[in-house]
Design a protein around this ligand. Structure first.
Ligand SMILES: [Zn+2]
Length: 90
C-alpha cells in the first residue's frame, strides 16, 4: 500500500530520527498524516533562516523547525519555541 507516514503525536517523540523519516517521505511525495486528527501535514518554510517544518493543516500540530541536510535533518528548535528572528520586539 502506498500509504503515507504518521507523524508522532507528542513533541517528545519528534526527534531527528523521526523527523528525518517524515521529511524523507514528504520529499518522495508521500502524505504525512497527523496522528491527532488524521489531516495531512504541509511544509512550512522560514526563508530567512532556511528552516523547514511540517505542520498539520487541521490542528496546527507540527514538527520542530529543522534544517534539511543531504542526509537527514538537523533540528534547530522545538515547535513551541519559534527560532530566533521570528519574534519581533517592541
Ligand atoms: Zn492535526
Amino acid at each position: 500500500m502506498a500509504n503515507g507516514v504518521r507523524a508522532a503525536d507528542s513533541s517528545e517523540a519528534m526527534n531527528e530520527e523521526h523527523v528525518t523519516a517524515l521529511w524523507s517521505a514528504f520529499k518522495e511525495g508521500k502524505p504525512v498524516i497527523c496522528s491527532r486528527d488524521d489531516n495531512q501535514m504541509a511544509v512550512a518554510v522560514d526563508g530567512a533562516m532556511g528552516l523547514y517544518r511540517l505542520i498539520c493543516v487541521g490542528c496546527g500540530h507540527s514538527t520542530p523547525w529543522f534544517e534539511a541536510k543531504m542526509r537527514g535533518v538537523r533540528i534547530r528548535g522545538m515547535s513551541s519555541r519559534p527560532p530566533p528572528g521570528s519574534i519581533r520586539g517592541g
